[in-house]
Design a protein around this ligand. Structure first.
Ligand SMILES: Nc1nc2c(c(=O)[nH]1)N[C@H]1C(S)=C(S)[C@@H](COP(=O)(O)O)O[C@H]1N2
Ligand SMILES: [Mo]
Length: 201
């Protein structure tokens, strides 16, 4: 019998589990601090820094093309969940609404509740990244980041900001919440970029 909290991957899926990761049962919730409660009516999304400042509402986002995405999800605390089904809006479609300076090399993701995480422009503008508002065909539950979160499938999940409410475009790298507290700047799971070497990782 498999353990209570972890599942054994089948053969086809085992090569999708990065080194040092185990498959979680269910979909764990991982939040630092309090869970913000934000309705779609009050939800706002801001863009600033090396971009023309702009504010978007829920309906502005909903007017963009919506897609279904199936992606694997890897938390640095060593659980992974394969085949997570989301509905959302591609980052690249959202970017067509805004004017980003050519000098912008990095992005700080900002959230209701104050969480931040940094990502390079190169990692951010990938075609497979999206803003999610449904999880397995249901409105995204508050504890999983509802009403809207970012999902960046190719990096550890701490880059997938829940309750996202803004993007700050930057000319040079600044560190977000976990990155200032010892997590890796980039966080690529296949390279096990878990912790920053300055913290002994
Ligand atoms: N705003 C915010 N986003 C966040 C976090 C958080 O604490 N606050 N935790 C991160 C971490 S460490 C992980 S593993 C995933 C967990 O997402 P889940 O709770 O939907 O599983 O969200 C990420 N996004
Ligand atoms: Mo995490």
């Amino acid at each position: 019998m498999p353990g209570k909290f972890f599942q054994k991957p089948n053969e086809e899926e085992s090569d999708r589990v990065p080194p040092g990761q185990h498959l979680a049962k269910g979909f764990p919730v991982l939040t630092y601090g309090a869970t913000p409660q934000v309705s779609t009516e009050e939800w706002e999304f801001k863009v600033w820094g090396l971009a023309k400042p702009a504010v978007f509402t829920w309906s502005d986002l909903m007017a963009l093309p919506q897609h279904e995405f199936t992606a694997d999800f890897h938390c640095v605390t060593r659980w992974s969940k394969l085949n997570v089904k989301w509905t959302g809006i591609k980052v690249t479609d959202f970017l067509s609404l805004i004017e980003v300076d050519s000098q912008a090399e990095h992005v700080m993701e900002h959230c209701y509740g104050g969480y931040t995480t940094n990502i390079s422009m190169k990692d951010f503008v990938r075609e497979e990244n999206f803003f999610a508002f449904k999880l397995f065909d249901e409105p995204l539950a508050t504890e999983h980041g509802g009403p809207m979160r970012l999902v960046v499938p190719h990096l550890y999940a701490w880059k997938s900001a829940k309750w996202i409410n803004g993007l700050e475009f930057l000319g040079r790298e600044e560190l977000g919440f976990w990155e200032r507290n010892g997590y890796h700047r980039r966080g690529e799971p296949w390279a096990e970029e878990r912790y920053s070497s300055a913290f002994g990782g």
